[in-house]
Design a protein around this ligand. Structure first.
Ligand code: S3P
Length: 444
């Protein structure tokens, strides 16, 4: 990571209502995939709206290390790829920083190329489980030497004759699904992934856009995805929509700060990502979709969000995959709602950039909220709209997790004493303009 060596603490305090129009940066998932697929297509792929966060830059650096040319010309990124099967062996370890998506998807790509690569990451990434991709990619023929517990740092060598597999996902994970599909690109024959619970489908959409032979069937509620290799990808022009996971912080902030009236422009509303909008509406939020349209092959709209009293609900666990990254900030909405919010089925939150259930339970408790941590979710009794106490002398621990930092910044906006977080640096992994946008929206 490009972080300076010292933590950068900051107190976020009660602010004026959020007003005006903002535009959040490009979608992180789509940005990673546009670089990876562009780097495998021969010819020039052009990308606008790319998220220039540290995670996506880690993907770009890795693809450069494997032979692609990736450059920025004013506001457009230009990628010249090496062709499927053409990845070069990187000469140094691939530093993935904080990015689980870069790591797991790149492991998939490398699994079907006969090259050896080493992966390293920061303290947070080095705690995260890689067994979930090592297992299917080993069946394809790749070999791995991970650190104990199936973690980074790890070395891997891709298969010289990769074998097509049929793989049923044991966890609802778009990263695991994508790793296997990307491995399938350079694997002769048909690689199949069976998804019992649908997860974000950006890989499938973009693979199709780049000309891969990919088919999706739905049977008995399961998604069955077939990809035929070896693929020949055609360069594309991609417009990346705004990231709904970044917009989420502003949707919640404008919903809970009295007097707010905010327009968030060009937000991606792919149904596999839009769970938070639905849950906030169930709680009473006023979020209107303005000018719903297609942008870069994805549904988008401008979201008009106004302050509204929220009511606690039981969140349907079936919605979890479509808002998996949004729970930290949903918990802030719950802490300000009338009554109790119950969330369940969130075991996956324990293996994100931090254990987000325990990190958010501790952070919210420190800020004066009433929270109970269960094994697979949080139970939160809201204030009914009254401000939270805040953290006075304490500092909230963000555990190198950008979304804990941003969620607790939003909590600070509705607190008496403000909320001090231990380190704002991780915010740059996904949303480098967060603090500026927040300042702008609370001054307009
Ligand atoms: C992502 C998938 C999700 C999500 C992550 C991005 C992706 O992870 O949490 O931020 O781009 O595929 P899982 O696949 O582990 O659920």
């Amino acid at each position: 990571m490009n972080h300076s060596d010292l933590p950068s603490p900051r107190r976020f305090s009660a602010a004026a209502p959020l007003r005006g129009r903002i535009r959040v940066p490009g979608d992180k998932s789509i940005s990673h995939r546009s670089i990876m697929l562009g780097a495998l297509a021969v010819g020039e792929t052009r990308v606008t709206g790319l998220l220039e966060g540290e995670d996506v830059m880690a993907t770009a650096a890795a693809m450069r290390a494997m032979g692609a040319t990736i450059e920025k010309h004013s506001d457009r990124w230009s990628i010249h790829g090496v062709g499927v099967g053409g990845l070069l062996q990187p000469q140094a370890a691939l530093d993935m920083g904080n990015s689980g998506t870069s790591t797991r998807l790149l492991m998939g790509l490398i699994a079907s190329h006969a090259i050896t690569a080493a992966f390293t990451g920061d303290a947070s990434l080095s705690k995260r489980p890689m067994g979930r991709v090592i297992e299917p990619l080993s069946r394809i023929g790749a070999s791995f030497t991970p650190s104990p517990g199936g973690r980074l740092p790890l070395m891997m060598t891709g298969a010289s004759v990769p074998v097509p597999i049929e793989y049923r996902l044991p966890v609802a994970s778009a990263q695991v699904k994508s790793a296997v599909l990307l491995a399938g690109l350079n694997t002769a024959g048909i690689t199949t992934v069976i998804e019992p619970v649908p997860t974000r489908d950006h890989s499938e959409r973009m693979l199709r856009g780049f000309g891969a032979d990919i088919e999706v069937e739905v049977m008995g509620g399961e998604r069955i995805i077939h990809i035929r290799g070896e693929a020949d990808l055609k360069p594309q022009t991609i417009e990346v929509p705004g990231d709904p996971s970044s917009a989420a912080f502003f949707m919640v902030a404008a919903s809970i700060v009295p007097g707010s009236d905010l327009m968030i422009e060009n937000v991606g509303l792919n149904p596999t990502r839009a769970g938070l909008v639905e849950v906030l509406r169930q709680m009473g939020a006023i979020i209107d979709e303005v000018d719903r349209r297609e942008f870069g092959g994805e549904p988008v709209a401008d979201l008009h969000v106004r302050h509204a009293p929220l009511t606690g609900i039981e969140v349907d666990p079936a919605l979890a995959p479509s808002m998996i990254d949004e729970f930290p900030v949903l918990f802030i909405a719950a802490a300000m709602a009338h009554g109790r919010t119950v969330t369940r089925g969130l075991d996956e939150l324990r293996v994100k950039e931090s254990d987000r259930l325990s990190a958010m339970a501790a952070a919210l408790t420190a800020a004066g909220a009433n929270v109970e941590e269960a094994e697979d979710g949080l139970i939160i009794d809201g204030t009914g709209g009254d401000p939270l106490r805040g953290t006075s002398n304490a500092r909230v621990q963000t555990h190198l997790d950008h979304r804990i930092a941003m969620a607790m910044a939003v909590a600070g906006l509705v607190s008496k004493d403000g909320v001090e977080i231990d380190d704002t640096r991780p915010i740059a992994t996904s949303f480098p303009t967060f603090e500026d946008l927040l300042e702008g929206a609370t001054q307009s």
